[in-house]
Design a protein around this ligand. Structure first.
Ligand code: SF4
Ligand code: SF4
Ligand code: SF4
Length: 223
């Protein structure tokens, strides 16, 4: 009988946003280093015997999500919210053309955003008048995504989180999971999503949804 492999207990994927992607709205480098350091310290000696048992993290520097954060135990997506300023709009249509989903459209008084806006920041870049400017930016944190026999999309638990808020929220969910499962040894380790669901963690203890993704029209938010 072949011996079970010995694998590292976690893996962090990142998109190529830190290298040369023009769509990146945040840099993942600092967060990547912090996560690596924290996880290496906390999981030292806890090797696992299958790829399914690895905790998977993924950082994407914009909502395009090239590193697939939606199907990882912990996924992060960079967001950059546009806001409307008092600089007059010249109705050039550049923002409308820049949005792949057409989540911004023009009214007589200027641009108006759909509630479904993904906060990717592309429309801000092209506005020649300063009518659109950068509002808040930060990370969306998704938890509990996975592939395999019972695939599940990760659930968003916070938007526009800072570096420290991301770490804080990840640890708040991870620590009880590790305490409950990893002391039992690699072979008995329950997957993170199964543990979340079995204990109804996201309905009982989820970190608060800190801010909605959209709501950035002139009547609700102005810079
Ligand atoms: S997720 Fe966004 S920033 Fe990262 S590689 Fe893809 S398009 Fe570029
Ligand atoms: S920030 Fe929103 S409206 Fe602007 S391009 Fe991205 S999805 Fe479209
Ligand atoms: S890009 Fe700026 S100026 Fe042009 S239509 Fe959009 S908001 Fe108005």
């Amino acid at each position: 009988m072949s011996q079970a492999p010995v694998l590292p207990p976690f893996k962090i994927d990142t998109c190529r946003g830190n290298q040369n992607c023009s769509y990146a709205v945040l840099s993942a480098q600092e967060l990547l280093l912090s996560l690596q350091e924290i996880l290496e310290r906390r999981l030292e000696g806890h090797n696992v015997s299958s790829h399914h048992s690895m905790l998977r993290f993924s950082l994407s520097c914009c909502p395009n999500s090239c590193s697939q954060p939606q199907v990882r135990d912990f996924g992060l997506q960079g967001r950059q919210k546009p806001v409307i300023t008092d600089h007059p709009c010249i109705h050039c249509q550049a923002c409308v053309k820049a949005c792949p989903e057409k989540y911004v459209h023009l009214l007589d008084q200027g641009p108006h955003f759909s509630e479904h806006c993904l906060a990717c920041g592309r429309c801000i870049e092209v506005c020649p008048t300063g009518t659109l400017e950068e509002g808040k930016s930060g990370w969306s944190l998704l938890v509990g995504g996975k592939l395999g026999r019972q695939p599940a999309f990760a659930i968003p638990v916070g938007h526009y989180l800072s570096h420290d808020e991301v770490i804080q929220n990840i640890l708040a969910l991870l620590e009880p999971y590790l305490t409950a499962t990893m002391n039992e040894g690699p072979s008995s380790q329950e997957r993170f999503r199964a543990w979340l669901d079995r204990n109804s963690v996201l309905t009982k203890e989820a970190p608060p949804l800190l801010s909605p993704l959209s709501s950035h029209n002139r009547s609700t938010e102005k810079k």
